[in-house]
Each structure stands twice: as C-alpha cells, then as structure tokens.
Design a binder for this molecule. Sequence first.
Ligand SMILES: [Zn+2]
Ligand SMILES: [Zn+2]
Length: 152
Amino acid sequence: MHKGEDCFIEAECFFDRPFKRPIYQFDQRGKAAATAHLQRNMIRFNPILYRQNKNEFIHQIVAHEVAHLITFAVYGKVRPHGKEWQKIMRSVFSLQAKTTHSLNIEDVQGKLFLYHCLCTEHKLTVRRHNKILKGSQYHCRKCQSKLTLKVI
Ligand SMILES: [Zn+2]
Ligand SMILES: [Zn+2]
C-alpha cells in the first residue's frame, strides 16, 4: 500500500510524531469501498471495487481511511467525519473532506436486467426482476409506462 505509506509520512511530518502502521486487508465485501477499524489499527479494502476504481482509491479512499486512523491516534474517540478528521484531510493530505465517493459498483451489485419503457432503458436488480416475474409492476417515473424486459 504505497499510498497508505505516503499518507502516514505526511501525517508524521505534520504532527511531528510517529504513527504505528496499520494492517491492510483486502476482504471488504458489499458496497463499502473500505472500512477503518480503529481499535485494531486495520483498514479493509474492497478488492472488487478497488480493481474497478483504482483512481478513486489512490486519490481519495486510502487517504480517507488513513485519516480515520490518524484522527483516532491523535484525538481519540471523536465523531468519525468531524472537524478533526476534516482537518487532517484538508491540512495534512491537501484533499477535499468528502464522505461519499462516486464508484462504479456494477460488479458488486450483482447481475442487472435490462428493461425498457416508452422513453428509455432501465437497469433492474435481480430482486426487482424476480418480483416482476411474480407479478409486480414497475412504471417509469418520467413517461409512466410499464417496464418490460428488453429482448436483445
Ligand atoms: Zn469515513
Ligand atoms: Zn419512460
């Protein structure tokens, strides 16, 4: 995790103190990009999202999670995205203190089914698709027409 190490070095220069390096694991599941485990000094990354969103990880997410660990080491238990964390993102890493990411999550969403209405296409999840097979109906918010499975 080169980027993680960069962040730690920046934080050490800024606070003029050493920080214990965390354990990095690549076993985060679901739609979360990564999670910081403060007590265990560990960051879990989502390997599927990492593969598809390397830029966002390298430029935002790694620093975001490292900032959680630095916040905990310096200030103890405070609000997760409070002023201490924001200060580290801005002053130490020179990044925006964003709490949401725009990731491509198609691969962790599961298979999508292509439906259409009278005006456009709609991607539905397996759950919705199965509901339709059982008789539920969905309508397009724009044109109000019923969604039907697109046959390619
Ligand atoms: Zn966070
Ligand atoms: Zn429509």
